[in-house]
Design a protein around this ligand. Structure first.
Ligand code: CP
Ligand code: NVA
Length: 309
């Protein structure tokens, strides 16, 4: 059974194969070539947090692949009233062919996979956002022609995005430097991953964003307060005020440096309006690539064996 619970579960080869398939599906879709690989299959999409990109791209992607996307808000499911995820997994496995879930705890996604008998795809947890990072890697390859040897830098919170980008970058031959305030580092498990796969200076944790940005080929940032951290917003505005992608920071990067943002963005906080607009081509292509990258994930996880490539 192929799941996408977190990116570190996938080998480099699986990640690269998925990016190659995403490129192919993008090409086919742009050229009107139909690819109804998931005809007759249903994807349940459970959302316990808001979403624009993830919901719409999975829904459209599933439709383009000939399958049926079923939106399930946790407010309407019994899971929202306390039915155990272990039972939900076993019930939904009897109706559906796959589940995409956006929730808080990573353990909920892992439990769905453990108790269910269909592929589970993580559409964001507090811990990680693997679908986003596959789209990000796809976008970098599209603009730069390669991943290997490039340097990414991430400015901001040690959150789901920083976690998955560290894994994604180091798994594909990129180096990555991150800048975060003290107390906002990624969790121990990710730092251990970085120590193991980021030897020879491929991983660096900085306190000064300008140090992290030095010689970067890709600058990435994300909101200071993630979904579920609304009550910390005021404190975080103070803690993160110097962790902004702005003109000064961009002046430290390599010529032709890209800027990516998973969106939604808060102009004037983690990124200035000026930098965002100067890199809008990259950032909105990145948003579009959610569709193509996730279609590749859906095929890898849900297609019949002879249709997976
Ligand atoms: N980047 C991202 O996952 O966007 P949504 O929250 O709109 O799905
Ligand atoms: N870190 C953000 C990412 C949103 C796509 C959040 O979890 O809210």
């Amino acid at each position: 059974m192929k799941h996408l619970l977190k990116l570190e579960d996938w080998t480099t080869e699986e990640i690269i194969n998925t990016l190659n398939l995403a490129d192919q599906l993008k090409y086919e879709q742009k050229h009107g070539i139909e690819h109804k690989i998931l005809k007759g299959k249903t994807l349940g999409m459970i959302f316990e947090k808001s979403s624009t990109r993830t919901r719409v791209s999975f829904e459209v992607g599933m439709t383009q692949l000939g399958g049926y996307p079923l939106f399930l808000s946790s407010n309407d499911l019994q899971i929202g009233r306390g039915e155990p995820v272990e039972d939900t997994a076993r019930v939904l496995s009897r109706f559906l062919d796959g589940i995409m879930i956006r929730t808080f705890e990573q353990s909920e996604v892992e439990a769905l996979a453990e108790y269910g008998s269909i592929p589970i795809i993580n559409g964001l947890t507090d811990y990680c956002h693997p679908c986003q990072v596959l789209a990000d890697l796809m976008t970098i390859r599209e603009f730069k022609g390669k991943l290997e040897g490039l340097k990414m830098c991430f400015i901001g919170d040690g959150n789901n995005m920083m976690n998955s980008l560290i894994v994604g970058a180091l798994s594909t031959g990129m180096s990555i430097s991150v800048a975060c305030p003290e107390g906002y580092e990624p969790p121990q498990h990710i730092l251990e991953f970085a120590e193991k796969y980021g030897a020879d200076g491929k991983f660096e944790l900085c306190r000064n964003p300008l140090d992290a940005a030095k010689n970067a080929d890709v600058v990435y940032t994300d909101v200071w307060a993630s979904m579920g951290q609304e009550e910390e917003k005021k404190i975080r505005e103070k803690v993160f005020k110097d962790f902004q992608v702005n003109a000064e920071l961009m002046s430290k990067t390599n010529e032709g440096c890209m800027v990516l943002h998973c969106l939604p963005a808060h102009r004037g906080e983690e990124i200035t309006a000026e930098v965002l607009e100067a890199h809008a081509d990259e950032i909105f292509e990145e948003a579009e690539n959610r569709l193509h990258a996730q279609k590749a994930v859906l095929v890898k996880c849900m297609a019949d064996e002879n249709q997976k490539d």
